[in-house]
Design a protein around this ligand. Structure first.
Ligand SMILES: Cc1cc2nc3c(=O)[nH]c(=O)nc-3n(C[C@H](O)[C@H](O)[C@H](O)COP(=O)(O)OP(=O)(O)OC[C@H]3O[C@@H](n4cnc5c(N)ncnc54)[C@H](O)[C@@H]3O)c2cc1C
Ligand code: SF4
Ligand code: SF4
Length: 405
């Protein structure tokens, strides 16, 4: 019996961000209104799509005798179970010849615990996912849109509240929603859905209200002497109270908060990466104010004027949350980034890393991930810990989560 190692996307975890489709050099990844899928006939195992995927849902592999068709994958709500092929199976010889090195690398990674199914915290509430899609979106009404950053700062980050009226749109802290920008791209195709993290707790921006908040940064930059405005972010940032918006989701089944009062949450972010942490912190403040587990926030921005929620954050007591606000462009001060502050607080972090009750969440721009990883490596090395082992243990028990974009 000849076996093929098929590359698959976990539809339960995938947040439909389109990153993999943009990345794949051979157009092996495609999507419909339901799922993102990999075409087995095109995928050459180059692995380019693995690290950019913000959820790890792209990193799934099954040994199969005949590849699952893309039509079958479009219909899935979850990955099919592993099939036991017994000892008689051998990997398809053509594929093996062409990809022997990549394939053994895939296996090595899978067995090291670096790969495989990304897990939510064991005690997390079970989320609803993919209830609404482009074909069947939810219509929300804008209930508010406020600037969070200083008027004179370059960075326009906004707090946008969407109301669902009497319709059901259940979300958990850490999930994202999709916004469908109106109009079409230059090729006449409808714009892709843009994802935004929910910044309010599950019971609404206002407790008991059927609404949620987003933290959205207006993307504007110069390219070849021209000003380029991001389609989705400018659409959301320009919304007025009362406007109607088409929403998809909710998305994300792993970047969720534990439901135990003993859980320590280490939250590391820059800019709009603070959105899920506002949601998690607010949930703890409303519903678990006396939780014994620690909340520790490392939050980086250029200046206090560019740090979303600077005022409200400062009002939270130090007993409730340990806030480490770090600035890289303060006049007359050396540049400081979250990883620098983490290294300066190595003892505190090493003690938390030693606890089975500690959960790590990293959210924000992709560039921050490397510095944060290096900081953890150094902290562990200086404290007789192995970061590689600690991370594998944390990942395999749903305690290490990264969502960068
Ligand atoms: C899981 C997830 C959660 C997210 N959560 C949030 C959130 O909570 N808040 C939030 O604001 N965003 C969030 N994003 C990002 C968001 O989905 C959009 O990618 C972002 O708003 C930009 O979309 P746009 O349509 O405005 O830009 P686009 O029209 O897509 O175009 C922007 C283009 O320019 C590039 N670009 C973007 N910024 C720059 C820059 N400064 N300089 C040069 N090129 C640039 C992009 O790579 C892209 O090619 C999230 C993304 C993911 C995947
Ligand atoms: S979450 Fe990963 S698999 Fe899903 S669309 Fe984004 S990059 Fe692709
Ligand atoms: S492994 Fe390479 S070829 Fe296969 S889907 Fe990912 S990027 Fe495309």
């Amino acid at each position: 019996m000849s076996l093929l190692r098929q590359h698959l996307i976990d539809p339960e975890i995938c947040i439909r961000c389109n990153t993999c489709e943009e990345t794949c050099p051979v157009d092996a990844i495609t999507h419909d209104d339901n799922n993102y899928v990999v075409d087995a006939a095109k995928c050459d195992y180059c692995m380019d799509c693995i690290s950019p995927c913000p959820t790890g849902s792209i990193d799934n592999w099954r040994m199969v005798t005949a590849g699952y068709s893309i039509e079958a994958q479009f219909s899935w709500g979850e990955l099919p179970a592993e099939i036991d092929h017994g000892d008689a199976a051998s990997v398809d010889s053509q594929q093996q010849e062409a990809n022997e090195e990549d394939a053994s690398e895939i296996l090595k990674v899978a067995h090291s615990g670096e790969s495989g199914k990304v897990l939510p915290p064991a005690s997390a509430e079970r989320p609803y996912i993919n209830i609404y899609n482009r074909d069947k979106p939810m219509t929300a009404r804008v209930a508010g849109n406020f600037r969070l950053t200083d008027d004179n700062s370059e960075s326009d980050i906004r707090h946008v509240i969407l109301d669902f009226g009497d319709k059901t749109f259940p979300v958990l802290e850490g999930q994202s929603i999709g916004i469908i920008p109106p109009g079409e791209d230059e090729k006449g195709r409808p714009h892709l859905v843009r994802l935004y993290s929910v910044a309010s707790p599950r019971d609404g921006e206002r407790p008991g209200a059927n609404n949620l908040a987003l933290t959205v940064k207006r993307v504007v930059f110069q390219e070849d002497g021209e000003t380029v405005r991001g389609i989705g972010s400018n659409y959301v940032c320009d919304l007025k109270k009362g406007d109607q918006v088409l929403v998809t989701g909710p998305f994300g089944a792993t970047f969720l908060m534990p439901n135990t009062t003993s859980a320590n949450l280490i939250m590391i972010c820059t800019g709009t990466g603070s959105a899920p942490f506002r949601a998690m912190t607010e949930y703890r403040r409303r519903h678990m104010p006396d939780a014994g587990g620690k909340l520790l926030l490392y939050f980086g921005a250029r200046t206090p004027g560019e740090l979303p929620y600077f005022g409200p954050l400062n009002k939270l007591s130090d007993r409730f949350i340990d806030k480490q606000l770090v600035f890289s462009r303060l006049p007359d001060n050396p540049k400081e980034y979250v990883q620098n502050r983490m290294i300066n607080q190595a003892d505190k972090l090493a003690a938390l890393l030693n606890s089975q009750d500690t959960y790590i969440y990293i959210c924000g721009l992709k560039e921050m991930e490397k510095g944060v990883e290096e900081a953890f490596e150094k902290i562990c090395a200086d404290n007789n810990l192995s970061w590689t082992e600690t991370k594998i243990t944390m990942k395999s028990s749903g305690r290490y989560h990264v969502e960068t974009y």
